[in-house]
Design a protein. Structure first.
Lengths: 201, 105
């Protein structure tokens, strides 16, 4: 504010000094035009100062604020970029560890999958073994049945031949009687069963 | 050039440098992670392949072994039936005699 007042004072005083310096050379008739000029000068610059002071001040304040903001933004932007760079560097440093972890996880997952597949294969192998065991058991059962049938067939053939050779008329008659007797017994049993059934019903 | 412009330019240069380094770092990280992922996939695939080969080998072995055992059992059984039939021929005489006695006496 003091500086401003000093400038205004100089503006008023300077023409007076100029006048005083030139007054020795020129006559007093030059005083009026000089005063007119000085007055014009004062009015012009005073008016300019009066009308332009506030807009100029606002403009300069705004401009300085913008510059300050742009400086701050540039600084912030730099800081932000440096911060990101720092983070990236940290990530890069931790990258090796992360890669090792990924490999470790892959190995672990792969190993588990391998174990699962092999375990399943072992179960399948057990099932195949069991099936082949069953097949062998069936073969043995079939063999036993074949032997039984063979024995029965052979015994029947031999018995028939022996009976043919040794059977007399008496034996034949006796055999027939036995057959009839057996059939009668069977018939009686059948009738008894029928009677029981009818009573029950 | 004023001090302000110099400062701004300096900041911009620093920022650009940092951004470039950051982008380079990010690219490096992405590439490394991509490579690690590819490697982990390969590891898993290798292990799975090994397991499938092991499964194939195991099942082939067990199938061959079972088929061999069944064939062996068949062969043994055939021989056993043959020898048993010979042994049973003497016993069929006894059985035939029993049948005859039961029918005729």
């Amino acid at each position: 504010m003091e500086k401003k007042n000093q400038i205004i004072l100089i503006l008023f005083v300077l023409p007076a000094f100029v006048f005083m310096a030139s007054s020795e050379e020129h006559s007093s008739s030059n005083l009026l035009p000089f005063l007119g000029k000085t007055l014009n000068f004062v009015i012009l610059f005073g008016g300019l100062a009066y009308f332009l002071y506030r807009p100029l001040r606002n403009y300069l304040q705004k401009r300085s604020l913008e510059i300050k903001q742009s400086l701050e933004e540039a600084e912030n932007s730099k800081k932000e970029a440096e911060e990101r760079l720092k983070e990236t560097k940290a990530q890069l440093e931790a990258l090796g560890e992360r890669i090792e972890q990924i490999k470790k996880e892959a190995k672990s997952t792969g190993q588990k999958e391998k174990e699962r597949i092999i375990s399943k294969a072992k179960k399948e192998a057990e099932r195949i073994k069991h099936l082949s065991q069953q097949e062998i058991e069936l073969l043995v059962e079939g063999g036993i049945r074949e032997l039984k049938e063979y024995t029965i067939e052979m015994a029947t053939i031999l018995a028939r031949e022996r009976i043919k050779k040794r059977m007399t008329a008496k034996d034949h008659s006796l055999l027939m009687d036995k057959c009839i007797e057996r059939l009668s017994e069977l018939d009686e049993n059948s009738n008894t069963d029928k009677k029981i059934h009818s009573r029950v019903s | 050039m004023t001090g302000r412009e110099t400062q701004i330019q300096k900041n911009q240069e620093s920022r650009e440098k940092a951004v470039n380094a950051y982008e380079q770092g990010i690219n490096e990280i992405e590439e490394n992670l991509k490579a690690a992922k590819a490697l982990s996939d390969k590891i898993r695939e290798e292990l799975e392949k090994e397991a499938l080969q092991e499964k194939k080998r195991l099942l082939e072995e067990i199938n061959a072994e079972c088929a061999r055992q069944v064939e062996k059992a068949k062969k043994q059984l055939k021989e056993k039936i043959k020898s048993s039939k010979r042994e049973l021929e003497s016993e069929t005489e006894v059985l035939a005699e029993k049948i005859e006695k039961r029918l005729l006496h």
